[in-house]
Write a protein that binds this ligand. Structure first.
Ligand code: CMP
Length: 139
């Protein structure tokens, strides 16, 4: 089933110079880039994006980190895009991520884990319009 998902190359991914590497891995898994932009989120914008985590103990640090530098926001389209992208990313904690995944290969910690991907259709439905208007998505 053709699906959309939202991915973010986080500040550590941009700083490490692996934007191209991350996108190539998604494209190699059959995903197509349908929208892309670079933004530097304010703390308020990062907080709104991660609102679902607002009661978690790591929320404050997550918001601070995600607003610490520019990120690349991407809409990916493909067969079962949500699960396909999550497979290529690997587990949230790079120490638990399968070998060959983005996080196992490139990430330093559970917070500085290089990349975000929507975890469900409901998340994707919130996250994609958070950054893109329909006219900006080339499907
Ligand atoms: P992400 O997929 O972007 O979704 C929420 C983020 O919170 C997650 O990746 C991690 O980078 C970050 N995070 C920090 N600490 C934790 C934690 N203990 N459990 C889950 N996510 C965490």
């Amino acid at each position: 089933m053709k699906e959309r998902t939202l991915s973010i190359v986080k500040p550590d991914g941009v700083e490490k110079g692996v934007i191209g590497d991350v996108l190539a891995r998604f494209e190699g898994a059959g995903m197509r880039v349908a929208a892309i932009k670079m933004v530097h989120l304010s703390a308020e914008q990062a907080g709104g994006f991660y609102l679902v985590h607002k009661d978690r103990p790591f929320y404050g640090e997550l918001v601070e980190y995600m607003s610490s530098g520019p990120v690349v926001v991407v809409v990916l389209v493909g067969d079962n895009a949500i699960s396909a992208v999550r497979e290529v990313m690997g587990a949230t904690d790079p120490g638990k991520a399968a070998p060959g995944t983005i996080r196992a290969d490139l990430a330093d910690s559970i917070e500085r884990n290089i990349v975000h991907g929507s975890d469900s259709p409901e998340s994707a439905a919130y996250e994609i319009p958070y950054f893109f208007r329909e006219i900006e998505i080339q499907e």
